[in-house]
Design a protein around this ligand. Structure first.
Ligand SMILES: NC(=O)CC[C@H](N)C(=O)O
Length: 402
């Protein structure tokens, strides 16, 4: 453990929490959100969708298994700050290569421990997520050498940019395209892929192309600024849009690019941000949830089968589409035909999946790659592979329309 020193967590509504510095010392600001996962903190920290967010873990003991070389979902920690109740005094796991505290220091991630995360989470659930700051070390002292007042810290937090309206995919996306090669059933490289996919990286998690590669798919990961010409040059069997940070209402380029994909009837699958962008491309609105869904224990109903899946979530926005029956995609006088909400979140009836009936396109708001999380939703990658094999229309299209 690093030397104990005080830290303060400050919310934009004026509430403050005193704790101890955890990870790097200094100042950080962002949107404060809570994650209810009992496991998977390393995957959470490295998920690019958390860019510009301070994450509160509701599980009280964090850091028990340290950090390891296998579980990161990207090459760096993306969370803007980390709030925990009771950090592990030592890492204890056969895969651990170091402690979480030291890893946060090494990546300059400012955190705070000793926080009553239950009281904090209840506060966020009642008031909604908001901007916050963590201040420790030199950030607690003003220019005149005296300790900064709470009012000063709150004013500082209120100057941080809001999440609503933020266009962030470009800040986390890969600079250069790369390829993830297909694997055979034995895990060995496969010379001939079963399909080729372009995955547009809006903040992609490493496990997602891996899940496609495990199904024999060759994945070309392209930067978020990719154009339809870039996609056509590869000539894929399908296009995939990943998860990512920011407000889908600001994803203008990604929406226009997806409309070009839909116009060409290229099979499409989207996850999370990708689901929101499909919603927008079809002409639906998106809105900000009061406190979002983040964790690995969220029940979702697959309306086609009536099955309930336990799923991994990380989203603060949602698609505003009619829940009952089929609706006609509002974009351009219904040019994209009929759409059904395929999946619903059972905690709050939020849209968790879209299925275009007259296009080969579908998406889910949650995380079938399940890193971390239960594997109930893995079938969605198989559905995408099947759709690419017979792409006439949507996966549930009645035969007479296909
Ligand atoms: N994980 C994601 O793709 C999140 C999508 C979007 N940034 C949201 O918060 O809803």
């Amino acid at each position: 453990m690093n030397e104990p020193s005080p830290a303060t967590l400050v919310l934009e509504d004026g509430r403050t929490f005193a704790g101890a510095a955890y990870g790097a010392r200094g100042r950080t600001r962002g949107e404060i959100v809570f994650n209810t996962g009992m496991t998977g903190y390393q995957e959470t920290l490295t998920d690019p969708s958390y860019h510009r967010q301070i994450v509160v873990m509701t599980a009280p003991h964090i850091g028990n298994t340290g950090v390891n070389a296998d579980d990161a979902e990207s090459a760096r920690v993306w969370v803007a700050g980390f709030v925990v109740r009771d950090p592990a005094r030592r890492a204890s796991n056969w895969r651990a290569t170091g402690s979480l505290d030291d890893a946060l220091v090494a990546e300059s991630v400012v955190g705070i421990s000793g926080i009553d995360t239950r009281a904090l989470t209840r506060h966020l659930r009642e008031r909604g997520v908001m901007r916050a700051g963590i201040f420790s070390g030199p950030a607690l002292t003003g220019p005149d050498g005296t300790r900064r007042t709470d009012a000063d810290l709150v004013a500082d937090v209120r100057q941080a940019p809001a999440m609503a309206g933020a266009d962030l995919a470009g800040e986390v996306s890969t600079d250069a395209a790369y390829v993830v090669e297909p694997l055979g059933p034995d895990g060995a490289p496969l010379a001939e892929p079963v399909a080729t996919v372009v995955a547009v990286d809006l903040g992609i998690k490493a496990m997602t192309p891996q899940r496609l590669a495990e199904r024999g798919v060759r994945v070309h990961v392209l930067p978020s600024a990719a154009t339809i010409a870039d996609i056509e040059e590869i000539g894929p069997d399908g296009v995939f849009y990943s998860n990512g940070p920011g407000d889908p209402a600001a994803a203008t380029h990604e929406v226009e690019l997806l409309r070009s994909v839909l116009d060409r009837r290229i099979p499409f699958f989207g996850i999370c941000y990708g689901n929101q962008i499909l919603g927008r491309a079809l002409g639906y609105g998106t809105y900000k949830l009061a406190y979002g869904h983040r964790g690995v224990n969220q029940p979702v109903l697959d309306r086609a089968t009536g099955k309930v899946e336990i799923t991994a979530h990380n989203h603060g926005f949602a698609v505003d589409a009619p829940l009952e029956g089929e609706s006609v995609a509002p974009y351009d006088g219904g040019r994209y035909g009929r759409v059904v909400v395929s999946h619903i979140g059972l905690n709050d009836q939020v849209v968790e999946g879209l299925n275009a009936l007259d296009l080969p396109a579908f998406s889910v708001q949650y995380h079938p790659e399940a890193a971390a999380g239960p594997h109930d939703a893995a079938y969605l990658f198989d559905r995408f592979v099947d759709l690419m094999a017979s792409p006439t229309a949507g996966p549930d299209t009645p035969k007479e329309l296909a």
